[in-house]
Design a binder for this molecule. Structure first.
Ligand code: IMP
Ligand code: MG
Length: 187
């Protein structure tokens, strides 16, 4: 998809290009390969936001990984967190004794991940690490949430693309961009 496409017209600007993303994802894949050498980690994709990042990341990890998927909701269609987290789809396999890496799209307030971390820790994983594509540290409300792997720290702006949505749209943008506030001004 080129940058003169229709979807790009709703962006204020591109924040992270597809090339920058690809380079970072490759780096993170190499780091995970190194950190988990000799192990068979379970990679857990948090749907739907992390799906694009996940499919790229797993192909940069040179280990016998297995995959699982989970869907949780913390946002309705708005741009602010509700603080309410629900499991919409649970893991297919149990994680007892496994090395688990949770793959998220973005850590914002941290409410979603700290909740998720708590439930997964209760299930008896041997280890639990968190990898996120984006981090907005300025908006953190849960201060003691430790995020093990972060591709990019970003400023406090609402971003879309590369899996991230606004009202379920824009996930298919290959780059990450700041959504123009006029798009959500009415909400
Ligand atoms: P938290 O619970 O506030 O950390 O919210 C994390 C979730 O909010 C992410 O998994 C996203 O689904 C959503 N989110 C937070 N900031 C953004 C953003 O800038 N763009 C798109 N989704 C976002
Ligand atoms: Mg999400």
């Amino acid at each position: 998809m080129e940058k003169d496409c229709e979807l790009y017209k709703d962006l204020d600007r591109v924040l992270i290009t597809r090339d920058e993303i690809a380079a970072k994802v490759r780096e993170l894949g190499a780091q995970i390969t190194n950190d988990f050498r000799g192990k068979k980690p379970v990679l857990v994709c948090i749907l739907k936001g992390a799906s694009v990042f996940f499919t790229d990341l797993i192909r940069e990890i040179d280990l016998p990984v297995t995959l699982d998927f989970m869907a949780i909701s913390s946002y309705g269609s708005a741009t602010k967190t509700s603080g309410v987290v629900r499991i919409l789809k649970d893991l297919d396999h149990d994680i007892v004794g496994k090395d688990v890496i949770v793959v998220e799209d973005i850590v914002d307030t941290g409410i979603t991940l700290s909740y998720l971390k708590k439930i997964l820790e209760q299930r008896g994983a041997k280890s639990l690490k968190i990898a996120t594509l984006l981090d907005k540290p300025a908006r953190r409300k849960i201060q003691d949430l430790h995020v093990d792997y972060v591709c990019f720290d970003i400023p406090d702006a609402f971003v879309v693309g590369y899996g991230l949505d606004y009202d379920q749209v824009y996930r298919n943008l290959p780059d990450i961009g700041v959504l123009s506030p006029r798009i959500y001004a009415d909400n």
